[in-house]
Ligand binder design. Structure first.
Ligand SMILES: NC(=O)c1ccc[n+]([C@@H]2O[C@H](COP(=O)([O-])OP(=O)(O)OC[C@H]3O[C@@H](n4cnc5c(N)ncnc54)[C@H](O)[C@@H]3O)[C@@H](O)[C@H]2O)c1
Length: 367
């Protein structure tokens, strides 16, 4: 697909080209269900969608020694609008090398600096918190996705000796901090949300997070209509459990975002339901359920596909197909209300049965 076609799509045009990477374990079971739902809603909405599958996985790595093939990043960047990803991780690859190459490789090389993790309670019975309604838990965490403690800068000194020293550097660039904070404010403004909370640990991390403080104070001036505040990450962890209704948008660094968004996922029903996006606005971006490859249940046909299906709704939203995204989102809510669910959520349906039910439901979508 030529770049101009990609531009056309992002302006709400007719066609989309999606790379599908099911990966390992239950990624190979839930991703086909999300694809089924995507095809169904696209067809109901009279949208052209082309889905191209790639077999990058532990199997391929063990068979051919290839994780991310040469040229793959450029191909995804130039020929696809988005990537639907399952999960990577296989006990036969204890180093998880293929997962690091593929997932971290794509995050860094496609410069997917926004990790968007919505936390939305879709049915009140799903939260472990007492007396909370759906409206009380509806927020989004933006985690910086390309810097911080995840860049792999560090080293060992005297490794294996009693006096060993291990160093891991926290890398924060002015550009990196500014673009994720700005993204959080822009998102709030676009979606009519009133509150943005930046979280760091600037009282202890007096260099790296001093930069976050200074950039936050600067950027917030440009959004006077938004109520912005700062919380230290330890306070945020307490407050999000005590009263999640006080948050709309949270923005934080890579490590804290990793942790706080998992905490959030649990408040809204757990791993089986949590979607995420690795985004560079205006460029090819990658969407994946939060859960991993779950080797303990892989191959049994019982994995919950709702996280992957909600992920595909995020992907549709990214394409600008907001009505289709809403239809997919509503179908998941309907499955929860009709108790048409896999066993992790108390149902007795198989992965495929839930996918079929959702696909049938979105097929009735009227654009
Ligand atoms: N983005 C990714 O690809 C990603 C993310 C997390 C973990 N992993 C990898 O996945 C492998 C397993 O990791 P883990 O066990 O810590 O995490 P996991 O998310 O795979 O599983 C944690 C628990 O949640 C359950 N679970 C997860 N998703 C579910 C679903 N859709 N339906 C029903 N139950 C579900 C599992 O059965 C397991 O009991 C590891 O190799 C890990 O590195 C990959």
């Amino acid at each position: 697909m030529a770049k101009t076609d990609k531009k056309l799509l992002r302006d709400g045009g007719p066609a989309a080209r999606i790379a599908v990477i099911p990966g390992d374990g239950i990624g190979r079971e839930v991703t086909p269900e999300a694809v089924k739902v995507l095809r169904s809603v696209a067809s109901a909405g009279e949208r052209q969608i082309e889905l191209v599958e790639f077999d990058w996985s532990a199997d391929k790595y063990l068979r051919e020694g290839i994780s991310l093939p040469p040229g793959a990043v450029e191909m995804l960047r130039d020929e696809f609008d988005a990537i639907l990803f399952g999960a990577l991780g296989d006990p036969r690859v204890p180093s998880n090398q293929h997962a690091a190459d593929i997932l971290l490789g794509l995050r860094f090389k496609l410069d997917l600096y926004v990790n968007a993790r919505p936390v939305e309670l879709l049915h009140e019975r799903l939260t472990p918190l007492r007396d909370r309604k759906e409206r009380d838990i509806r927020l989004i965490v933006f985690r910086e996705n390309t810097e911080g403690l995840y860049v792999g800068v560090g080293g060992f000194f005297k490794k294996g000796m009693p006096e060993e020293i291990a160093l891991q550097e926290d890398v924060n660039s002015r550009k990196g901090v500014e673009r994720i904070i700005r993204h959080a404010f822009d998102y709030a403004r676009r979606h009519g949300l009133k509150r943005v909370c930046m979280s760091d640990k600037s009282n202890a991390m007096t260099f790296a997070h001093d930069l976050w403080q200074r950039v936050f104070k600067e950027v917030r001036q440009e959004y006077p209509q938004i109520d912005s505040r700062h919380l230290y990450i330890d306070t945020l962890a307490m407050e999000i459990v005590r009263d999640p209704s006080q948050f709309d948008v949270i923005v934080t660094c890579n490590l804290f975002g990793d942790i706080i968004s998992d905490l959030g996922a649990q408040l809204a029903g757990g791993l089986g339901l949590a979607p995420s996006g690795n985004i560079h606005p205006g460029r090819t971006s990658l969407f994946e359920p939060v859960h991993g490859s779950a080797p303990n249940i892989a191959g049994k046909g019982i994995a919950n596909p709702l996280g992957s299906v909600l992920t595909s709704a995020m992907l549709l939203d990214f394409l600008g197909w907001t009505r289709e995204a809403a239809a997919v989102h509503d179908s998941v809510k309907a499955a929860l209300f009709n108790n048409y669910l896999t066993s992790d959520l108390g149902g007795d349906k198989s992965t495929v049965a839930v996918g079929d039910w959702l696909a049938e439901r979105v097929a009735r979508f009227n654009p």
